[in-house]
Design a protein around this ligand. Structure first.
Ligand code: NAD
Length: 335
C-alpha cells in the first residue's frame, strides 16, 4: 500500500505519520507539505530514517505536482494539509479558501483521475457551528460554520461529498474535536499555556474563559483515522471525540496545577469575534460501527502532554526563537 499524507509536517499529520509507520511497516508513505509557519520537519526526524518514508515539499494547490505524485501508484490519500488557526483566518481569510477549499479540489481531481482506493478528508467539528449548554454534534447536524476557517473546512467537506455522489469516488470525512499532545504548535491553547507557565509569563484567556471544547489526545485521533481508512463505509462521515468537555479556564488551571504554578498568572483578554461557545462531539457511530475507543482520558493525556513539553524544550524553544527556519533552510537546500 502506498499512502499520500498531505500536511504531514503539522501537528496531527506528523503524529499520524509516526503512528502509521509503527503500525504498518510494509506501507510506503509520501508526505506532501508546503512547510508553512505551522509545518516543521523536526517533527519527523524518526520517520526520515526509514526507506518507506519520503518527504516532498510542495503545495496541495499545485496540480502538476499532485498529479505526478498520485500517478506514481498511490492507493490512499489522507488530507491533513490546511490553514488551521482560527485567529489567523479572521485576519487573512484568502489563504484559507485557497488551501482548504481549492487545495482539496486538486487532491480530489487526482484521486479521481488515478482511481485510488480511498480518500480521507480530515475535518473538524467546527463545521457544525456552536452548541448551547446541552446536546452534541452528530454526523447529521447541519453545517453552520462561523469563522472563515470553519467555513473553508465546510466548503472542502461539501466538495468531498460531491465527488462521492457525482463520480463515485471512495471517500470518508472525519470530523474531530480539539486535539492536544506532542508537536502541537506553540500558538495553540494547551502548548501556549504550558510554555508561558514554564516561563512564569501571563496566561491569556479569552473572554470569561467559559468556552467549552471537547479535547482528544492526538494519538486517539490517529487510531480513528486508521480505522476509517481501512473500514470506513465509502461516502460516510465519522465524528471523532472523547467526551472530554472542559471550559478553557479549567484547562488553564489544570496546567498551572500540574506545573505547580500560581493562578495569579491568569489574565483575561478581549474575546475574539464569532467565538463559538461550546463544541461537543457524539462519536457513537465510530464506536459502534468501527469499534473505535480512545485510549487516553483527559487526565492521562494532559499529564503526558505536559511531560512531553517539559522534556522537549529544544523543539519549542527553536520555534519560538525562529531558529527553526534556519534549520529548515539548511535541510531543504540539501534535498
Ligand atoms: P497544522 O496547522 O499543525 O498543520 C497543517 C500542515 O499543513 C502544516 O504542516 C502546513 O505546512 C501544511 N500546509 C498548509 N498549507 C498547505 C498547502 N497549501 N499545501 C501543503 N501543505 C500545507 O494543523 P493540525 O492541527 O495538524 O490539523 C491538521 C488537520 O486536522 C487540518 O485539516 C485541521 O483542519 C484538522 N483538525 C485539526 C484539529 C486540531 O485540534 N488541531 C481538530 C480537528 C481537525
Amino acid at each position: 500500500m502506498k499512502m499520500l499524507v498531505t500536511g504531514g509536517a503539522g501537528f496531527i499529520g506528523s503524529n499520524f505519520v509516526h503512528y502509521m509507520m509503527r503500525k504498518y511497516p510494509a506501507y510506503q508513505f509520501v508526505n506532501l507539505d508546503a512547510i508553512t509557519y505551522a509545518g516543521n520537519l523536526e517533527n519527523l526526524i524518526e520517520a526520515e530514517k526509514s526507506p518507506n518514508y519520503q518527504f516532498v515539499k510542495g503545495n496541495i494547490c499545485d496540480r502538476e505536482l499532485v498529479d505526478s505524485l498520485v500517478a506514481d501508484r498511490v492507493d490512499i490519500i489522507v488530507n491533513f494539509a490546511a490553514e488551521s488557526h482560527v485567529d489567523r483566518s479572521i485576519t487573512e481569510p484568502d489563504i484559507f479558501v485557497k488551501t482548504n477549499v481549492m487545495g482539496t479540489q486538486v487532491l480530489l481531481d487526482a484521486a479521481k483521475k488515478y482511481d485510488i482506493q480511498k480518500y480521507v478528508q480530515v475535518s473538524t467539528d467546527e463545521v457544525y457551528g456552536t452548541l448551547g449548554d446541552t446536546g452534541f454534534f452528530t454526523e447529521d447536524t447541519p453545517l453552520a460554520p462561523n469563522s472563515p476557517y470553519s467555513a473553508s473546512k465546510a466548503g472542502a467537506d461539501l466538495l468531498v461529498r460531491a465527488y462521492h455522489e457525482t463520480y463515485g469516488l471512495p471517500v470518508n470525512i472525519t470530523r474531530c474535536s480539539n486535539n492536544y499532545g506532542p508537536y502541537h504548535f506553540p500558538e495553540k491553547l494547551i502548548p501556549l499555556m504550558i510554555i508561558n507557565a514554564l516561563h512564569d509569563k501571563e496566561l491569556p484567556v479569552y473572554g470569561d474563559g467559559m468556552y467549552v471544547r471537547d479535547w482528544l489526545y492526538v494519538e486517539d485521533h490517529c487510531s480513528a483515522i486508521d480505522l476509517v481508512i481501512h473500514q470506513g463505509k465509502s461516502g460516510d462521515v465519522y465524528n471523532v471525540g472523547g467526551h472530554n468537555e472542559y471550559p478553557n479556564i479549567e484547562i488553564v488551571k489544570r496546567v498551572l496545577q500540574e506545573l505547580g504554578k500560581s493562578e495569579n498568572l491568569i489574565r483575561y483578554v478581549q474575546d475574539r469575534p464569532g467565538h463559538d461557545r461550546r463544541y461537543a462531539i457524539d462519536a457513537t457511530k465510530l464506536m459502534t460501527e468501527l469499534g473505535w475507543k480512545p485510549t487516553y482520558t483527559f487526565d492521562t493525556g494532559i499529564v503526558e502532554t505536559i511531560r512531553w513539553y517539559v522534556n522537549n524544550r529544544e523543539w519549542w524553544e527553536r520555534i519560538i526563537r525562529g531558529d527553526y527556519q534556519h534549520y529548515y533552510d539548511k535541510q531543504y537546500k540539501q534535498r
